[in-house]
Each structure stands twice: as structure tokens, then as C-alpha cells.
Design a protein around this ligand. Structure first.
Ligand code: ADP
Length: 271
């Protein structure tokens, strides 16, 4: 009887191992596919700005016309800035993954952080004529974190809201406090995210295929960076969408104080 029971236990164990190995091979294949797509996108994204930079340089060499020089220089610096943003994002992800990023924690006001983040993406929002509504609490809500990194988190999400919404869209930002957490919701009425892909957007190199015709640029690492930064703050980030074409809402929860920071753990994904 004992031999029989041991045998069954072993069988259950073996099936479990087999199942897990199966999942992990599938997972590896998926990661491998992401990596290949990412390398192709990276090459593409880095090569694109090189064309205008190189032809711009040769125009600068051959022209004496001041207004042409000015226009071409502006194009060159915009393209170079875009390249440098991509490279910085890549370096940031790898430094965070290796645990090399140190945060300078202090008690801040979330209102100031959101204003700073909005300033960082102002040009992009204006160029698409989006309407931005911000709903603050009267007394303001504190947040415990690193000023520059918090601005990076929110500017990334607001930038995405603007990017994945057609012109004249609406972006709504609301702030509230729930117990020892500050809760910020950033909603847009843009392209939305298909339900079955919601969990994927925080994964490295993930871009929703249906969006590629609407947008240009990006490597699919912005939200990976955001979720790693939120984790370093012991916060959480979730995403909801009613589906394609119906907008998206990102919700970020962060500790209001050091003691709240000590008590919270990180979560990511769907609410
Ligand atoms: P990317 O550089 O492609 O913008 P991110 O990591 O910031 O990379 O976002 C990953 C993907 O999630 C995007 O490619 C896009 O398909 C989707 N996404 C992010 N934010 C939004 C949003 N507000 N609305 C719809 N889709 C979004």
C-alpha cells in the first residue's frame, strides 16, 4: 500500500515537473521571440534618425544660406535628441536590472511631481492638441520617493497617453489618498489595449501590434522602466482598458511616507 502511495506521489510530482518544464520552454520561446523583435526594432529605430542627420550634415557643408542652416540644424538636433533618449532608456533598464540605481528618498508633494511631469511632455501634448484635465485634492497629498524618478514614471505614462491617442484626445489625471497610499489614475480616450494583452504591456520589448500603424517610434521598454521604478518605490501599477478604441487607464499607488514605504510590497499587472 505504501509503495502504491509513493508511486502515485511520484507520478503527480513528475507530471508537475513536466508541466512546469513545458511552461518554461514556451516562456523561453516567447522571450526569444521578444528579443528578436526587439533587436529588429532597435536597429530600425536607431537607423531612422541617421538618414536626416547624415544628409543634414552634407547640406550644412554645402550651403551658405542662413535660414537653411538654421532649419537643418534644428532637424539634426531633434533627431540626435531622439537617439539619445532611446540609448538612455536602454542604459537605464540595464542599470536598474543590475541594481545599480540608487534612489534619493524624500517626502514630496504629488502635485509638484505631476506638474513637473506635465511640463516634460508639454510639447508632445500640444502638438497633438490634447485636452488635459487634472483633478487634485485641495490640500495636496504627500508622496515618499525620488523626485527625478517619480517625474520619470509619470512623464512616461502621460507621454504614452498622448502618443496612443489620436489628435484632440482627452487625458484625465486624478489624485486621491487611500490609507497610507497616494493613488494616481491617468486615463486617455485613445486606442486602448486588447484585453488579452493587458498583462503584457509591462514586459520588456512588448508593443501592441495593432498600434504600429498609428504611431512611430519607441522600443517597448518605457513601461518596463516605469514598472521597475515603481517597484523600487514599493508601489504598484495596474492597467485597465475597455478594449480597442476605448482608451486606457493606468493606476499607480505609492507610499505617502517612509513608514508606508516600509509596510508595502510591490505588485504589477491587472487590478
Ligand atoms: P513604447 O516605446 O512602444 O511606447 P512602452 O513600454 O511605453 O513602449 O509601451 C508598451 C506598449 O504598450 C506600447 O507599444 C503600446 O502598444 C502600449 N501602450 C502603452 N501605453 C498605452 C496607452 N496609453 N494606450 C494604449 N496603448 C498603450
Amino acid at each position: 500500500d505504501t509503495a502504491h502511495r509513493l508511486n502515485r506521489m511520484f507520478l503527480v510530482y513528475a507530471l508537475d515537473v513536466q508541466e512546469r518544464m513545458h511552461i518554461s520552454i514556451q516562456e523561453l520561446e516567447k522571450q526569444d521571440q521578444y528579443r528578436n523583435e526587439f533587436l529588429a526594432t532597435l536597429a530600425h529605430e536607431l537607423r531612422n534618425p541617421l538618414g536626416p542627420i547624415m544628409s543634414g550634415a552634407s547640406i550644412l557643408e554645402s550651403t551658405d544660406d542662413e535660414s537653411t542652416k538654421k532649419r537643418v540644424s534644428a532637424i539634426i538636433s531633434r533627431q540626435a535628441e531622439y537617439m539619445s533618449k532611446l540609448v538612455n532608456e536602454l542604459m537605464d533598464v540595464s542599470r536598474i536590472t543590475q541594481g545599480k540605481v540608487k534612489l534619493e528618498f524624500e517626502r514630496l508633494n504629488i502635485q509638484d511631481i505631476i506638474s513637473e511631469s506635465l511640463e516634460m511632455v508639454e510639447q508632445h501634448i500640444k502638438s497633438k492638441s490634447h485636452d488635459v484635465h487634472v483633478q487634485y485634492l485641495e490640500d495636496g497629498v504627500p508622496v515618499y520617493g525620488d523626485r527625478a524618478r517619480l517625474s520619470q514614471i509619470f512623464s512616461n505614462i502621460i507621454h504614452n497617453a498622448a502618443k496612443y491617442t489620436d489628435n484632440n484626445g482627452k487625458i484625465t489625471i486624478s489624485v486621491k489618498q487611500e490609507a497610507s497610499l497616494v493613488v494616481v489614475r491617468i486615463s486617455d480616450n485613445g486606442l486602448g489595449i486588447p484585453h488579452e494583452r493587458l498583462g503584457d504591456v509591462f514586459n520588456m520589448f512588448t508593443q501592441i501590434e495593432a498600434h504600429s500603424t498609428h504611431t512611430k517610434g519607441g522600443l517597448g521598454i518605457g513601461l518596463t522602466l516605469v514598472s521597475k521604478l515603481v517597484a523600487l518605490h514599493h508601489g504598484s501599477i495596474t492597467v485597465e482598458s475597455e478594449g480597442e478604441g476605448k482608451g486606457s487607464t493606468f493606476e499607480i499607488r505609492l507610499p505617502v511616507s517612509q513608514s508606508a514605504y516600509d509596510q508595502t510590497t510591490y505588485t504589477v499587472g491587472e487590478p
